[in-house]
Ligand binder design. Structure first.
Ligand code: TXE
Length: 480
């Protein structure tokens, strides 16, 4: 069976411990490869390599640095089919989704930041007749990038691309649940001629490898996407060391449907925003709030379409929902459905594990689930489930739905469906979320700030926000 390697100082290497962890194909519930069970020793070797490489990488002419990154992006496109298949097998998502979204986005991330780096300009502030200030932005050094399992290569590249494009070198850790595409990516880096040590990828557990990266005194910046609980641990470790932190955490996003919306668009997009990637996207709208006069019609149609969604083999072209990431995660999702029942909710459809015949009979599949009849304050409506489970609740007034939408500890994204232009802006302005979509969902311009308020995170990614994160500003004041 394939053994995945770490990527340190330009070489594909085994972990120092010599130990490996099992990597499971979630659609089959079977081990299909092994990944390094790395520890602080591997991280140390990676940091030494990254520090050594920093000197030349940070000083390389921008166009040359960008050319290497663009070459990597081209190689991702060349290997689209192979990478999409690997992502689907490793993660459980439909291969069709990996091919149309995950992998194209990975190369787009790299291209976006590689070219952006050539457009960076310094700021200058003139103090009339007195002095001139100019501000330089220099790469911060070795950046630590820790990414999750839901959109593996997509989010891995979203973090490392701005770091590398800014001139930082990187020690990165993909999720131990989805190491495969990062491993294939490391081979593409070798092929593209990325200088040794510029990017180092260490596989293994969060508590060992992730923690060692966060604790390392020579890594001054940590960019993390994952759960809010892990985010808190990382912040607690990094804050006393005065590290720069970018945290993209969970969400419990409201999807607000006013009665004057375009019904067909609202319903079709809401099906996507509820169940894409099995609901394992931090931006999924998990609380659907529908204006009373439209409520019955919306719920009936939503349930009908949810029941028609094909759940099954991720490798089938017709599958809309593949497998959940792990048995543990599937149990967590199912336990929230039980909780919803205890809290007085009605399971309008779904609510159970799905058994898929044949190759996938032991896979971790759950039916897309719609729950009604719950109060806003219950745990089901307050906690992130991160699976194919949505609740639908009615509302009467605009002020009421704004209060409902803002009632959780999270504040990542929100969607508003209405044809009333003034109301759309008014509501958007009052929602405590970092990302608002009006009459659309997941329409992403990579230049825009990306991130959440409250417990959904700290800082913003995207565009210049990300480039600024990986650089240090220095102001130079010259007396005239
Ligand atoms: O993620 P973790 P988990 C949410 C979702 C999910 C919950 C828990 O609700 O059910 O989080 O998922 C690394 N120091 N999201 O536990 O642990 C880990 O190895 C440093 C939302 O699987 O946050 C992995 O690489 N790193 C989310 C990464 O953190 C540590 C996407 C994320 O894993 C670490 C995923 C430590 N102490 C889950 N412990 C989103 N925002 O999109 C773990 N890691």
């Amino acid at each position: 069976m394939l053994k995945i390697s770490n990527y340190i100082n330009g070489q594909l290497v085994a972990p120092v411990s010599g130990s490996y962890l099992e990597n499971v194909n979630p659609a089959e519930g079977k081990v299909y490869s092994y990944l390094p069970d790395s520890d602080a020793r591997d991280v140390e070797a990676a940091v030494v390599a990254a520090q050594t490489a920093f000197q030349s990488w940070s000083q390389m002419p921008l166009a040359k640095r960008a050319a290497i990154l663009l070459k990597i992006a081209d190689l991702i496109d060349r290997d689209l089919d192979q990478l999409a298949l690997a992502e689907s097998v490793d993660q459980g998502k439909p291969v069709k989704l990996a091919k149309s979204v995950d992998i194209p986005r990975a190369s787009a991330n790299i291209r976006f930041f590689a070219t952006a780096s050539m457009h960076v300009a310094a700021e200058s502030h003139l103090m009339e007749g007195e002095a001139i200030n100019y501000t330089t932005r220099t790469p911060i050094g070795v950046a630590g990038c820790i990414s999750p399992w839901n959109l593996p290569l997509y989010l891995f590249t979203w973090k490392i691309a701005p770091a590398l494009a800014s001139g930082c070198t990187v020690v990165a850790k993909p999720s131990e649940l989805t190491p495969m595409t990062a491993f294939l990516f490391s081979k593409l880096c070798v092929e593209a001629g990325l200088p040794a040590g510029v990017l180092n990828i260490i596989h293994g557990l969060g508590k060992k490898v992730g923690q060692a990266i966060v604790e390392h005194p020579l890594i001054p910046a940590i960019s993390f996407t994952g759960g809010t609980v892990t985010g808190k641990t990382i912040a607690a470790t990094a804050a006393p060391m005065f590290k720069k932190l970018s945290l993209e955490l969970g969400g419990k996003n409201p999807n607000i449907i006013f009665a004057d919306c375009d019904f067909e668009e609202a319903i079709a997009t809401s099906i996507n925003s509820s169940f894409s990637n099995q609901g394992e996207i931090c931006l999924c709208g998990s609380r659907i709030l529908v204006e009373h006069s439209l409520y019955d019609r919306f719920v009936n149609e939503f349930i009908k379409r949810t029941q028609a969604l094909p759940v099954g083999d991720p490798l089938s072209e017709t599958t809309r929902l593949g497998a959940l990431i792990s048995e543990g995660h599937m149990q967590k999702v199912l336990s929230y459905i039980e909780l919803a029942k205890q809290e007085g909710g009605t399971i309008a459809c779904g609510g159970e594990r799905v058994k898929v015949a044949g190759r996938c009979e032991s896979g971790y599949f759950a039916a897309p689930t719609v729950i009604t009849g719950l109060p806003q304050t219950c745990r089901t409506n307050q906690e992130e489930i991160f699976g194919p489970v949505v609740t639908i609740m009615p509302f009467d007034a605009e002020e009421e739905v704004i209060a409902f939408a803002n009632s959780t500890a999270y504040g990542l994204s929100a969607t508003i469906w209405t044809n009333d232009l003034k109301r759309a802006h008014r509501v958007a302005h009052q929602l405590k979320s970092g990302i608002i979509w009006i009459n659309c969902w997941l329409l992403r311009d990579l230049r825009t700030p990306f991130g959440g308020m409250k417990q959904s995170g700290v800082g913003r990614e995207g565009g210049w926000e990300a480039m600024r994160f990986f650089t240090e500003a220095k102001n130079v004041c010259v007396k005239l």
